[in-house]
Design a protein around this ligand. Sequence first.
Ligand code: CP
Length: 360
Amino acid sequence: MRNIIDVVDLSKDEIKELIETALDIIENPKKYSTSCAGKKLATLFFEPSTRTRLSFEAAMYELGGNVLSVTGSDTSSASKGESVSDTAKVVSCYADIIAMRHPKEGSAYVASRSASVPVINAGDGGHCHPTQTLTDLLTIYRQKGRLDNITIGFCGDLKYGRTVHSLINALSRYDNIKVVLISPEELRLPGYMRYGVLDKNNVSYREVSDLESALKELDVLYMTRIQQERFASREEYLRLKDSYVLTAEKLSLAKSDLAILHPLPRVNEISVDVDKDPRACYFKQVLNGKYIRMALILKLLTEKDSPSLLQRDESLIKGIKCENPRCITSTEQEIEHLFKLVDKEKGIYRCVYCEAKVEK
Ligand code: CP
């Protein structure tokens, strides 16, 4: 079954093809208006969302299909203790494709192992958000005309920011990408992203804590919200929440063709006086999200019986326990803890669901 759990479930050629389809949809919407007639998308959102859920639903309607929706665990049998796995099996009886958001890391992968229809990860805790990344790539491509040769600054919560992790993963496969990681010490990019993605792909990067000094060299600035919902301590959230505020005044330091992206929602990290600056792309980005999700739904329904690109089920190791409290294995006891050996020399294993590291 073809599923999209992580952006690396798509090859570079497939991303190019999705961008081309999205651009064709933008030019010729009528051509696609009955492409999914008779098909149903289930949107299972166990965590709040405005853009992702509504853009998936708008995408399916604009393709001539229908939508079934669950919003919030309190309105579904998840509140009675139904597992993600059982939910996916059940929803496969009603829908042709599933888009799922869940607060636990690895939940979309768990759903995909039980579903008999394609599963799209619409955000699994602080782990991945591949369709936001496709949205971001389409936006960068439309603004810059390229995905290679980009200097991009990521600013804010780089630790829990799933959109940041997914976009870094995707861009690392393009040529001459330079990354500036702008965050407070406490919200730095996790090691598995620095060593496992940036270093592994020879991407040039540096970590800084000051936005102003980085601004002038950037082609793209990716702002993010400090996410209250990911902090165990409210005090720590309050201390860090105003770390960065992009204002019209600060933008005078930036290039005239900078593209400012933000996955949204924003709180106060981009001042509203930036909205009227032609470099502000975050509302265009929202619209791009609908077009790229249309392209993705079309692709997955056409290729549903093809195998997923990334084979997660190969060479799995049992007998190690994942201690990450945000992992789906922490709440769903029946899920078998499974690991992959990623570095034999150093004895590093990673949880197949949430990618948490264990050294043995
Ligand atoms: N960007 C994004 O995922 O927004 P929502 O949380 O509103 O879906």
